[in-house]
Design a protein. Structure first.
Length: 254
């Protein structure tokens, strides 16, 4: 019941406008002129930043300390509210540890995608599918602030330009270090690759386990949630999509 039918994955968000989006994103000159709401990467290189992302990127050391202390104080309140003693030795440093962890879990909002890609886009006459499988993903469910972890598989068909292979996991990591839902994470990775590389198509599939489902509520220890986003030729060409699904081990049995 938690398994998202991969064939419907890219229609999970009807407004994502799969083929429409790719044709928009394919014309880089469009983006120079005026960025539209459709544009994922903003002028300063941030991709769909959170409301306070720029403030956080540009803040002074003093403001950063204030921010950190605010999180610590909030955690102390939580500890008190659940009936704990925040001053017992085992918990004394917990607010500080949590604040550090939280800043780390959310650092992806402020990353500049141009630094991540770092010009690693090369003209290459290779127009066959490129696939990076089994990328480890750890993100934070925005509904419960607990982790979900799993694997992402990213494939694309170049249009005479390829991207350095390590950049695909790095783009995935940037979006996973945010408060997320798996559906959006999957789509954002695919759309960013489209916008960065203008390939013929991009396919992203993610399988993961959500701690909020494992440890609370329905307590589904082995449920795996699968989401997918198929853009460009992966959406329009069955053969390309099936080749991708078969290469990531999802091609048969359905
Ligand atoms: Zn959750």
């Amino acid at each position: 019941m938690s398994q998202t039918d991969r064939n419907n994955g890219d229609s999970l968000e009807p407004n994502s406008g799969t083929s429409g989006h790719i044709s928009h994103a394919r014309d880089p000159h469009d983006q120079e002129e005026g960025r539209t709401a459709d544009t994922l990467i903003e002028a300063d290189g941030l991709c769909r930043p959170s409301i306070g992302a720029r403030l956080r990127v540009q803040e002074s050391p003093h403001a950063a300390t204030d921010r950190f202390n605010n999180i610590k104080a909030a955690v102390e309140t939580i500890l008190q509210s659940v009936g704990e003693d925040p001053y017992r030795p085992g918990l004394l440093d917990t607010p500080k540890r949590f604040a550090k962890a939280m800043m780390d879990f959310t650092q992806g909002y402020g990353q500049d995608v141009r630094d991540i890609v770092n010009n690693a886009i090369f003209n290459e006459n290779h127009n066959e599918m490129v696939l990076v499988k089994n990328i480890d993903i750890s993100s934070l469910c925005e509904h419960h602030l607990v982790p979900f972890t799993g694997k992402m598989h990213i494939g694309y068909v170049p249009n005479n330009r390829v991207i350095g292979l390590s950049k695909l996991p790095r783009i995935a990591q940037m979006f996973s270090r945010r408060l997320q839902v798996q559906e959006r994470l999957t789509r954002q990775v695919a759309e960013t690759i489209v916008e960065t590389l203008q390939p013929q198509g991009v396919a992203v599939v993610m399988e993961s386990s959500h701690l909020c489902m494992v440890t609370r509520g329905v307590q589904q220890y082995s449920a795996v949630t699968v989401t997918s986003c198929m853009l460009g030729c992966f959406e329009t060409n069955d053969k390309t999509r099936n080749e991708f699904l078969s290469l990531v081990g999802m091609g048969s049995g359905r």
